[in-house]
Design a protein around this ligand. Structure first.
Ligand SMILES: Nc1ncnc2c1ncn2[C@@H]1O[C@H](COP(=O)(O)OP(=O)(O)OP(=O)(O)O)[C@@H](O)[C@H]1O
Ligand SMILES: [Mg+2]
Length: 397
């Protein structure tokens, strides 16, 4: 490969940035020009062309003084809210966290795996084709693993994870909002990272509200355009609990979309096992816990397990099914006063529970299992199960 080829190659490498700068200049989009000039400077420097890089930076600084406080000019300084000075973006630790595995269904893994593998090749692709950041929108109920997946993906890609909560970004002051948006994208454009836009529906709320929000809407639209023009150095994830709020134009901005939902019984059983570690339950006990936690999110199960583990470490004695049951029941009933449950249950309540569970799944809820679960002797469990059988009328009367 001769010197001529090398030259051509290096020209190619920066053409994307040049095109964006020219594009920004033609549209009088000062920020775009700035962002990509700064980005180009970084690329040049990384390429060993330090004096060219410095020239560009000097140019930026000379024209920047009255516009921005000094600390915002350089990447790695986290952008802050222009009013409150609170960080707009937060770096989340990903490396070496050793979290329990993510539970997804196979079709969901297919999406995640494809996203990760495309993202890995994306940054190194060297074409002239203009394409922006790779993006994934995750949606689903609270506690179903959206933030967890963001950490997983950043970890897989070996990139830093930065989280921006959009409701914090959009202030009721128009001026602050545009400054915040600019600061966020300035940062993202300069930083190779996974950018995680949490509470993404905050965007949609602004777009759909009526009143004198026309101006704010314009700002939000510019947010979405910024998203489009972010370069490939950024991987963008977004999460929302309210997918119904997002309009088609917003959905279209994301190349990948992933619906998450409450875990299946099998997934719940695996979560119980993973989250309780090092406490061991048998497969049968895990199946019972998985069944009883119907309607719980991964986050709910995680919470109960954290509590049971603390107890295990404090008391240093093995945990039984009957330890998990009151906590579970309390959470399921949304109760506040735990002393009301199980240990204080009247006989007729225990009878009702025994019956309900026998009816639900007689094989899973054998008398032995019910005895374990409710902390009864097997004889008592048997007696109670019989009593309820004939005594429906008695229980009601
Ligand atoms: N599918 C899952 N697989 C493994 N762990 C999960 C899963 N879902 C939730 N968890 C556990 O619950 C914790 C909380 O979940 P996470 O913060 O990811 O929920 P979220 O979907 O981001 O909720 P929110 O909408 O409230 O932000 C996770 O850190 C993880 O420990
Ligand atoms: Mg979350």
């Amino acid at each position: 490969m001769g010197p001529h080829n090398r030259l051509v190659e290096s020209e190619h490498r920066f053409i994307n940035e040049l095109v964006r700068i020219v594009n920004g200049a033609l549209r009088l989009d000062v920020d775009k020009v700035r962002n990509y000039t700064a980005f180009l400077a970084e690329k040049l420097e990384a390429d060993g062309q330090k004096s060219s890089a410095d020239r560009l930076r000097k140019l930026l600084e000379e024209n920047d003084n009255q516009l921005r406080p000094a600390e915002v000019r350089f990447a790695k300084v986290l952008p802050v809210d222009s009013e409150s000075r609170f960080p707009l973006i937060e770096r989340v630790k990903v490396k070496g966290m050793q979290e329990p595995p993510v539970q997804l269904l196979q079709p969901q893994w297919d999406v995640v795996n494809e996203f990760v593998s495309v993202a890995k090749s994306y940054a190194s692709l060297d074409t002239n084709e203009l394409s922006g950041a790779l993006s994934l929108l995750m949606y689903g109920p609270p506690g179903t693993g959206k933030s967890r997946l963001a950490r997983y993906i950043a970890d897989e890609l070996g990139l830093e994870l930065y989280v921006a909560r959009l409701d914090g970004l959009i202030s009721s002051y128009l001026g602050s909002t545009s400054k915040n948006i600019r600061a966020l994208f300035d940062f993202a454009a300069k930083t190779p990272c996974v950018l995680f836009l949490d509470e993404f529906d905050a965007i949609a709320k602004v777009r759909s509200d009526g009143q004198e929000l026309g101006e704010l809407k314009r700002v939000v639209n510019s947010f979405l355009q910024n998203l489009d023009t972010l370069g490939r150095q950024s991987i963008v994830l977004a999460a929302t609990n309210h997918d119904a709020l997002l309009d088609a134009a917003v959905w279209r901005r994301f190349a990948y979309r992933l619906a998450l939902q409450l875990p299946t019984p099998d997934q719940r059983a695996r979560m119980w096992a993973d989250f309780l570690d090092p406490v061991q339950f048998t497969d049968r006990e895990l199946a019972v816990l998985g069944d009883l936690s119907e309607g719980f999110s991964g986050s709910d199960i995680r919470e109960i397990c954290a509590r049971l583990r603390r107890r295990y470490f404090a008391e240093k004695k093995p945990l039984q099914l009957s330890d998990a049951f009151p906590v579970l029941q309390n959470l399921a009933l949304g109760g506040k006063d735990e002393s009301r449950f199980v240990s204080r249950l009247a006989d007729k309540d225990v009878v009702a529970i025994v019956h309900a569970l026998r009816e639900r799944d007689p094989r899973l809820y054998s008398l032995a299992t019910l005895a374990d679960l409710l902390g009864l002797s097997k004889a008592t469990a048997q007696r109670l199960s019989k009593r309820g059988g004939e005594g429906e009328g008695a229980a009601n009367g």
